[in-house]
Design a protein around this ligand. Sequence first.
Ligand code: TXA
Ligand code: MG
Length: 550
Amino acid sequence: MKTQWFHIEDIDRQRGLVDAAAEILRRGGLLAIPTETVYGLGADGLNEAAVRRIFEAKGRPQDNPLILHVPDASWLARYCTEIPPAAYRLAERFWPGPLTMILKRRDIVPLRTTGGLDTVGMRCPDHPITRAIIERAGVPVAAPSANTSGRPSCTTAAHVREDMDGKIDGIVDGGDCRVGVESTIIDLTVSPPRLLRPGGLALEEVRAVLGEVAVDPAVTRQMDADEAPRAPGMKYRHYAPKAPVTVVAGTPGQSARYLLRHAGEKAGVIVFDEFAPLFSTQVVRTLGGMNDPGAQAHRVFDALRAFDRTDVTEIWAQCPDSKGLGLAVENRLKKAAGFRVADARDGTVFLGFTGGTGAGKTSALRALERMGAYVVDCDAVYHEMLSQDGPLRREIAAAFAGAFASDGTLDRQKLGELVFSDARQLERLDRLVRAHVPRESVRRAMDAGAELVGLDAIKLIESGLGALCDATVAVLAPEELRVRRIMARDGITESYARARVRSQQDETFFRTQCSYVFVNDYTDLEEAQAAADAFLRDIIKQLKEDKRNV
Ligand code: TXA
Ligand code: MG
């Protein structure tokens, strides 16, 4: 079968597009349609033969019911009976939008569509062209997600083509799906109403309208073979890339620390944006910012799908907490993992320290050590790794052959000359360093088994190490003072000292990027130490309390 392609950006031809697409549905064909959540594989939901074709094209088990898509709530009474007022309240508030309601089915809806159930899922998608197509076809459109059964859902028309080309009559290309995860499913035939699948509408929002909403156990755990979840689809392995997935639970910092220690060279990792620099030797897919579940929902399926085009043998994923859309992202990742979850929660407090030369970081780090912390100087780790045989040194040797003498010893000055005169080379070296030094630093810290760890790094934030810490401290001092300190310490001229200070990040950078600021403008060492002790005591107390509260 030749699959016809419809571009909706082509506004001039839109009228013709809607007619042609509606015609496919009317004559019992299969049409992939864009929605705000994911692409759907649509057919006339009242036409048994057409519905059977959906199951065939997807390879979907016959007992897994389809939901009906309608252009507005006035269509509900045609296909449903005993509709509670709550259904209209929800439709009023959230339709068109990512909400599917399970209601009692009228006989006009074939059992083939509902997988033999006496209920039917109803949804009004928030996509004007798709609603126009349904309206023109004049039939409710049964549409499961357009992926092959078991694969991640499709959030672009290209994904649909991967799975359905040659198997269906047409694909309407509406670009990227805005939400990225499927609709939230609420069963309104039970009391209290029940969440069957978390999705693009946050549970908190549904509760704000309905009051109490129960959560089906299939949302948060694997169902046993003899258990029947209320949404039949929830019992199947789902969303799964070819390589096995493990979800890592814990705060973003904890799970990143865990990944650095456990994800092997051949692993693919799904991480929040902030951590991407730490995993540059692995196949990385970013999920969105760690505090942005909307972006994570948008990307989760594409991230999972992308690994099938690589040769990774295992996949590890960071996972958001269950607030807002996080519940849906967590559910999709855990389903992709078959609910295999590694627990990264640890009792360790990681504190990151940064700040320019001469700002007085050392006083703060000594104070931390007095509190029993294990401190890792990342710069020292780097130099150690450069001087010993190991992956970092081998990769640097391969990339910067000129920096090594014929007997294999590294000429540091040569390496410096090579990179400081060429931004691209510097970036290349940076990438290698970031791939190895943080990993080694974290490994040392974890192996030390300390409850309190300090990570000391000039590029703490840029390297991704800052995001890995429970809190970060910027140590700052006025420029004049820094210049005088480094002139005295390193025996250099004022103009050189000033140039060094100015080549580093400015105060605003540190103030906006770090969780705490310690201004070390003391000229008396003892005074500086006393101030650092007091400052850290307060922070640690606060962090320990925060940990107890989670
Ligand atoms: O966002 C969405 O809902 C997308 C787009 C295309 O609209 N559609 C979608 O359909 O995700 P599908 O078939 O992939 O997932 C529908 C889920 C399945 O898990 C199915 O078992 C459940 O809804 N479901 C359908 N009808 C049901 C019913 N009457 N009772 C309980 N669960 C039902
Ligand atoms: Mg699906």
